[in-house]
Design a protein around this ligand. Structure first.
Ligand SMILES: [Zn+2]
Length: 309
């Protein structure tokens, strides 16, 4: 990925894990992801309905209309990618407009149990938030560049970038998985529901057809309303076995301390121009809209210290 995805205002150039477990409140705002195996067709999959995550994201970002669905499904998609990343601790999914478009980029970052995202509007396009464009291309133009960062928690993260033309986010993901990760996959993104199936070793064309056929038989009304358990029953003919489950919530672990560390990389001229008469710099987190006030002197003291590794 050519461009750095994080900025100081995004407060996002951190790779630390949240030190504490999920609080009770987080648990209540969580959605369940279920992994499953399809032994008869040498495939496996994940299913998730992100009702609570979407509620939180929409409350924080105040989006309206079809852009809401695109934004929310990008959150869900980053969780899907994390769920198949072996040993991955962080998965970033970024959708970039290749040409001039109302939205410059949507970036979502999933970690174990948590996800957060922000939208980067093209200048003066924020008023379009109220408009009701139905198509992906009407927000991000066409083609769209999909970039990913897969962080295994050690060494350099894997970064990847690929362009594709489609009005469906699921198509972009399938194209990325086929071309960049060499994974044969099929994905449904429908409202707040995601189902992804993936071919395992030993899955030939006939096996794969069976998996895809089961998924294709699920009617839209079921995708919209049915519980995960009911939806998984559509795979019964392949002797579906449920494997592990994970809980995810919309969560941002930004803090004044982290914001300060990000600001430490700026020159003292830049810092002075950011600081008001009081000597304070107010930063806003693009993921959760929290404000953090940081004193210029504290940053300058921080710059004297060795950089955290
Ligand atoms: Zn935040």
């Amino acid at each position: 990925m050519a461009e750095k995805t994080d900025s100081v205002m995004a407060g996002s150039s951190f790779t630390e894990k949240s030190s504490n477990g999920a609080s009770d409140q987080q648990q209540a705002n969580s959605d369940q992801l279920i992994r499953f195996l399809l032994p008869d067709s040498h495939s496996r999959g994940v299913i998730m309905r992100a009702t609570e995550i979407f509620k939180q994201a929409n409350r924080i970002h105040g989006l309206n209309g079809h852009i809401t669905q695109l934004f929310d499904q990008t959150l869900l998609a980053s969780i899907l990618l994390l769920s198949i990343s072996k040993g991955g601790t962080r998965q970033v999914l970024q959708l970039n407009a290749a040409a001039t478009a109302p939205v410059k980029k949507i970036l979502s970052e999933a970690r174990q149990g948590q996800v957060r995202a922000y939208i980067d509007w093209a200048d003066d396009q924020t008023m379009l938030q109220q408009h009701d464009h139905a198509k992906l291309s009407s927000w991000l133009g066409s083609p769209i560049r999909l970039s990913t960062v897969r962080d295994l928690g050690f060494g350099q993260p894997y970064v990847s970038s690929i362009e594709h033309t489609s009005d469906f986010l699921a198509d972009h993901l399938i194209h990325y998985l086929n071309q960049s990760v060499q994974i044969k996959a099929d994905i449904i993104l429908h409202g707040d529901l995601a189902i992804m199936i993936e071919a395992m070793p030993g899955c030939d064309d006939e096996h794969w057809f069976k998996s895809v056929e089961c998924m294709a038989k699920i009617p839209n009304s079921a995708l919209e309303n049915d519980s995960l358990e009911t939806l998984l029953a559509y795979f019964d003919s392949l002797h579906i076995k449920q494997a592990s489950t994970d809980m995810y919530s919309y969560h941002c672990d930004c803090s004044s301390k982290k914001m300060m560390r990000a600001l430490c990389s700026l020159s003292s001229d830049d810092l002075s121009s950011l600081a008001g008469a009081t000597g304070d710099i107010t930063t806003s987190c693009q993921y959760c809209k929290s404000h953090h006030v940081i004193n210029l002197e504290q940053i300058q003291q921080g710059q004297q210290l060795p950089k955290p590794t």
